[in-house]
Design a protein around this ligand. Sequence first.
Ligand code: NI
Length: 175
Amino acid sequence: MSYQIRVLGDPVLRQEAVSIENIDGRIVQMATDMVPAMYQAEGIGLAAPQVGIQKRLFVYDIGEGPQTLINPEIIDSDGEWAFEEGCLSVPGMSFEIVRPKQVHLVGRDLEGNEISIEADELLARLFQHELDHLEGVLLVDHLDRDQRKAALSRWREIQSLRDDGEAGAGGLSLP
Ligand code: NI
């Protein structure tokens, strides 16, 4: 099946995901199907809640092929790094956010093997971002009150332009 990526406003993005007890065929299929959805959206990471599934799993690819992490946890972090972060669930917007520069992440792969990764910069950022999704946390939650207010009003503006665009395109069939 092909997955639709849920966007800000969808309540599924705000729920806490549950641990995966059994890495069975359904979990493997789900991860396998999330990868093309991530590529199609030109993302480098995609968490299960973003396709409407409340499970602790995400897929990612930072140029070394697709990987899946199950029940991931960050057990250590260090440093500070400011980075302009985007999110497939908040398309068209990005924010400079400061987070730890390095993290140590543990979890399991699709075969059930224990994984332990010391990540820095982009990969560390990706891990923290995807972990947030598993907790129901989105980019906008990292902004201060004024930034958040401005971001949400811009989001509503983008959404209304998008809705108008779709309505217009329906009858006109533009190239
Ligand atoms: Ni995201």
